[in-house]
Design a binder for this molecule. Structure first.
Ligand SMILES: *Cc1c(COP(=O)(O)O)cnc(C)c1O
Length: 470
């Protein structure tokens, strides 16, 4: 096969082709970059020939030229595509971590766009014409909504946990129940973050049971903090016991030098319990019970941008704001803008339900979903030739490591393609524009309309239609 090496076209010959000029003209990539891609393809083909691995049927100069152009054009096309793209989430999982967790409200999106496209008062007090602090921007909104004395915002809740431990418990002991040494999302472990922060972990109790006396017995002269971690993503059932927030507040009150910090994980500002969904504590209630510091995520149940929110006693929040790490973990104006409008919605319960996609989707009723499902399946009817559709009952999850075990009743459309496999159908749906991510169960593609908006329905229909046409 080595004799074919002679047939490889030289780069300068390819550069003279119309396809070269076309590619440079139509793409945002300049001549030298296109040349680099061609060179890479040539090298690759040469290696293949040397390894007696002919990638095309008839090796000749003409087929090699064609092969190299096809590959080059495909590479350039791929390079031109956006890396971060919009996805239609047909899984029904409201806070799908892999799909970017919470969707922002219209109000939040336009506020982000407005602040991002202009200068802003991020660190400036307009009335005084003086320098201000970004840490103060949302403080009054946060204290109003949670009832806490003070508040600040950092990059995410993992950062919040790290900052609290490092700033307030470095080289001191922090008591945590063994039942709460959780791992979240595979990359955040309470024990590891504690090690990084140089706080000394004092584990008490057992995996399934921790008693108040376990905490009492562990308090020493070097204890600075009791940490309670919300076991967001799993449930222990059976012979279990944990110590309530109220009991830990009482214990802390007997030791005024101790800080009681609760990592709430999701940190709901809306009481989903009232709608019979889960038993997630509401931040306001946790603060009211007397916990010194509480932290939670901005993009879980709260339904805002990625952020970590810390609320609690003023003296502690002040030290956190002054710590060097506050600068390291600070957030951008776009986050503040998105978070501001998200928080504002919570000033009225109705606005939270009407405006915030996360709250709305979690509360979306079966009846509403069934209406969407019926509408979609009747529209699909017109092009359903190659598809088998079935409407079935099922359940959606909240996701994002929150409310484990909570199943929201839903209706699903189960789709089968008559001529292609279920895996193939799911893959084709994923790989188009916009990408559609589905669930697969019992060899059927499932569409859960809990997370599909009415605006997305025509696009989804179009995607099925385009699969039929091709
Ligand atoms: C999700 C979670 C975190 C991490 O929050 P991020 O905002 O994802 O960084 C920390 N602690 C608990 C208990 C969580 O549930």
């Amino acid at each position: 096969m080595k004799h074919l090496l002679r047939e490889l076209p030289p780069v300068h010959e390819l550069q003279k082709s119309d396809r070269f000029t076309d590619l440079v003209e139509k793409s945002l990539i300049n001549e030298s970059q296109v040349t680099k891609v061609i060179q890479g393809e040539l090298d690759d083909l040469r290696d293949k020939l040397l390894a007696c691995n002919l990638p095309i049927e008839n090796g000749s100069k003409q087929t090699f030229i064609e092969y190299i152009w096809n590959n080059t054009e495909e590479k350039v096309r791929k390079f031109q595509q956006d890396r971060l793209v919009r996805v239609i989430n047909a899984t029904g999982t409201v806070l799908h971590t892999n799909l970017g967790r919470a969707r922002l409200s219209e109000q939040a999106i336009s506020h982000v766009a407005s602040v991002a496209g202009s200068y802003s008062n991020l660190e400036y007090r307009i009335s005084e014409g003086k320098r201000g602090s970004r840490h103060d921007i949302l403080e009054d909104l946060l204290t109003e909504i949670t009832g806490a004395e003070a508040a600040m915002v950092v990059n995410n809740n993992a950062a919040a946990v790290y900052l609290v431990l490092r700033a307030l418990a470095k080289d001191k002991e922090v008591i945590v129940s063994r039942g709460q040494l959780v791992e979240i999302g595979g990359s955040f472990r309470v024990s590891s973050i504690m090690e990084e922060s140089d706080a000394q972990l004092v584990e008490v109790g057992t995996t399934n049971k921790t008693h108040l006396y376990d905490y009492q017995n562990a308090i020493s002269d070097n204890t600075s903090m009791i940490l309670k971690v919300h076991t967001s993503n799993f449930k222990t059932i059976g012979f279990t016991e944990s110590v309530s927030t109220d009991d830990l507040v009482n214990l802390k009150n007997q030791h005024p030098e101790l800080i009681f910090y609760e990592d709430l994980g999701s940190g709901s500002l809306y009481d989903f319990k009232e709608s019979g969904i889960g038993d997630e504590p509401v931040v306001r209630d946790v603060i009211k019970s007397g916990v010194d510091l509480v932290s939670f995520s901005g993009d879980k149940l709260l339904g805002g941008p990625q952020a970590g929110i810390i609320v609690g006693k003023k003296e502690y929040i002040q030290s956190l704001k002054k710590h060097q790490l506050a600068r390291v973990l600070r957030v951008d104006k776009m986050t503040f803008a998105g978070l501001e409008k998200t928080l504002r919605a919570y000033l009225s319960e109705q606005a939270a339900v009407d405006e915030l996609p996360t709250v709305r989707d979690i509360l979306k009723t079966e009846e509403h979903i069934l209406e969407q499902v019926n509408l979609f399946s009747s529209q699909m009817g017109e092009l359903s030739e190659p598809y088998n559709l079935e409407i079935i009952k099922g359940s959606s999850q909240i996701g994002g490591g929150t409310m484990p075990g909570v199943e929201l009743p839903t209706y699903l459309i189960a789709v089968k393609h008559k001529n292609s496999s279920t895996e193939e159908l799911a893959k084709n749906l994923r790989n188009g524009k916009p990408s559609v991510v589905t669930r697969i169960k019992d060899d059927k593609v499932l569409l859960d309309f809990r997370t599909i908006t009415e605006q997305e329905m025509p696009e989804l229909l179009e995607r099925f239609g385009s699969l039929v046409r091709c």
